[in-house]
Design a protein around this ligand. Structure first.
Ligand SMILES: [Fe+2]
Length: 386
């Protein structure tokens, strides 16, 4: 059961300087200009390069700071091998910093390139936590879709193709120095990417709120992030040019990441990893589909903590699992795990892979083991057939 109490001691720090400015290219770049960061490499999502706001940002960046290399990334979940290939393109330049402009995958690649510039490859050598010996180049993240929280987290996720597992290059070496958040950059983002990323932030805020390690401040941010994302998501995907809901999603993502950094994640995040590695399901969908089922099983174990999150939200749904299921239905979340690839024959392998994420599972306020994971997938299949 959750032992949260306001008497529990905690620490909370945000080493990344956060610059938040809707339509604020000039303001944000002024800050970087005042540092010694010059002649930077840019890792950018190919899809956003045509965005007029991003074009203007890149022009300004080149004028004020200087760009020595631009790598356009097109593709899904980054792998360690893919990372080495990208890094090999840096043999002719010596950047003094790395700008990572894009979604979670691009930000993760940018962070890792900053590590590999000062620490010899291959990338797999740095799999795990705090494996890099030398300080990485300064990392500046510029998210173009809100949700992953990678703009401030000390993590960069990569798939190990041979071991068929998603791990990462983690620790202070990949901690961004600056996160430049301009929600207008997400206006050209495809609807499905906006949805998946926002759902990712709802997974982060939910699991950070209920986690055993949660503290007063992480819970504050988790709840704020959850409410902001849930109350702006529908408008953000139905009104593609509206800036206000994108601002709310950007803040929701940031708040959820602040909470997650201090509380950790939980079972839905753990289950999202094999869904991503085995069936290439986008990360947000891969965790979000499980979220209401995890909460329902938690509720049946006598723990009502998820209920706090919907307190204050105007809704006809009386409990958290119903609230999230109804929201998922309204926004058109995919929900057929069999179609995604998780067939009954795959159950055991899926459970085995999920159990490898024991750190996340152990953070849950009630035991979440093989039996509960199987229960989640069984109920999901049944709910599709009803
Ligand atoms: Fe996530």
């Amino acid at each position: 059961m959750n032992k949260f109490s306001e008497f529990n001691p905690f620490d909370f720090s945000v080493p990344t300087k956060i610059l938040y400015a809707p339509n604020g290219n000039h303001t944000m770049l002024k800050e970087i200009e005042s540092t010694e960061v010059r002649n930077v490499a840019v890792v950018i999502d190919k899809g956003v390069q045509k965005n007029s706001g991003i074009k203007c940002f890149l022009d300004l960046l080149d004028k004020k700071i200087g760009i020595c290399k631009i790598i356009s990334y097109e593709g899904g979940e980054p792998t360690y091998d893919g990372l080495d290939k990208i890094h090999s393109e840096f043999s002719d330049v010596i950047p003094k910093g790395v700008f990572a402009i894009g979604g979670g995958s691009v930000m993760d690649i940018g962070k890792a390139i900053a590590v590999l510039q000062t620490n010899p490859g291959p990338a797999l050598k740095y799999r795990g936590f705090n494996k890099a010996k030398k300080k990485a180049l300064p990392i500046i993240t510029v998210p173009t879709v809100a949700g992953t929280g990678s703009e401030i987290t000390p993590n960069a996720s990569f798939v190990d193709d041979r071991a068929k597992i998603k791990l990462g290059i983690n620790g202070e070496c990949v901690r961004p120095q600056y996160a430049m958040i301009d929600p207008s950059f997400s206006l050209s983002c495809p609807k499905q990417a906006v949805l998946s990323s926002a759902v990712d932030s709802i997974v982060h805020s939910t699991e950070a709120y209920v986690a055993k390690k949660a503290n007063s401040l992480s819970r504050f941010f988790a709840k704020e992030g959850f409410v902001l994302a849930c109350t702006s998501l529908e408008q953000a995907i139905s009104e593609e040019k509206a800036l206000e809901p994108r601002c709310k999603l950007a803040l929701a993502s940031l708040f959820a990441a602040l909470a997650m950094m201090h509380s950790g994640t939980g079972p839905a995040a753990a289950m999202s990893y094999p869904m991503g590695v085995r069936y290439s399901v986008p990360h947000g969908f891969a965790g979000g589909i499980f979220l209401p089922f995890v909460a329902q099983i938690t509720r049946e174990s006598g723990c009502e903590i998820h209920q706090d999150l919907i307190t204050g939200i105007e809704t006809k749904n009386s409990n958290y699992p119903q609230f999230v299921s109804a929201l998922w239905a309204r926004v058109g979340m995919p929900n057929d795990i069999e179609k995604m690839g998780l067939t009954t024959e795959e159950n055991n392998a899926f459970v085995e892979d999920t159990l490898k994420l024991s750190g996340a599972l152990e953070q849950h306020p009630v035991p979440f083991e093989k039996q509960q994971i199987l229960m989640v997938i069984d109920r999901m299949r049944k709910s599709r057939k009803e």
